[in-house]
Write a protein that binds this ligand. Structure first.
Ligand code: SF4
Ligand code: SF4
Length: 203
């Protein structure tokens, strides 16, 4: 498994080095294996609990869910959300980041904001992937698993938004919570991205 060289600025960045960068601590420009493991540790519990509930309802009902998961995280989310991420501009045919590691890059890089339509698809996909087990757990009256599933989903999104989305360099994502002064510092070093956001990085 390989990741970006942590000593070199990312492809979109015009700085010579990350050493004196004012946003290097606040933003996650480079990823390592521990970031991926951290993400898997918070992301997997809802899938295991939700999958167990769906299996109890009827094993064949796992098939549409798996198609949704692979279709969304492997293709749809990559097109509508990740193709706006500075990490997407790196060399290579697949992503090497902390969340969608290995997802194929079939589309061109689109710096700048997501359109309303893209945001709707992104959020609609989230509702489908995490909502499908909810519906089946309720229909099957699996109340214990429903409570545990709800807690793991809430824990996942709270951890994601509080600790990961607050450091993510994809400002286009609706879940991104990076503060505006940090965004400005990043734009100053990534003027191509700043232009795509129609922001003058010198201001
Ligand atoms: S913005 Fe800063 S930390 Fe990120 S790649 Fe550029 S110099 Fe490095
Ligand atoms: S938006 Fe997140 S998951 Fe997508 S490429 Fe960027 S860091 Fe990876």
């Amino acid at each position: 498994m390989d990741f970006l060289d942590p000593t070199k600025p990312i492809a979109s960045c015009e700085s010579e080095t990350c050493d004196d960068c004012s946003v290097s601590n606040a933003l996650h420009c480079h990823f390592a294996r521990r970031d991926l493991i951290h993400f898997f540790l918070i992301a997997f519990p809802p899938f295991l609990i939700g999958g167990a509930g769906i299996y109890h309802f009827g094993g064949w009902m796992l098939i549409p869910w798996l198609i949704m998961i692979i279709g969304y995280f492997g293709f749809v989310e990559i097109r509508v959300m990740c193709s706006h991420c500075p990490h997407y501009a790196e060399e290579g045919k697949s992503l090497k980041c902390w969340a969608n590691y290995g997802a194929p890059k079939f589309w061109k890089y689109r710096p700048g904001p997501m359109t309303l339509f893209e945001k709707a698809i992104f959020l609609g996909g989230i509702a489908l992937v995490w909502g499908y087990p909810f519906v089946l757990l309720i229909a099957d009256l699996q109340l214990f698993l429903l409570v545990v599933y709800s807690l793991t989903v809430a824990g996942f999104f709270m951890t994601l938004i509080t600790f990961l989305c607050s450091h993510c360099m994809n400002f286009a994502c609706p879940l991104n919570t990076v503060k505006s002064e940090i965004r400005r510092g990043f734009f100053e070093r990534n003027p191509g991205i700043a232009r795509a956001w129609t922001i003058d990085a010198k201001q």
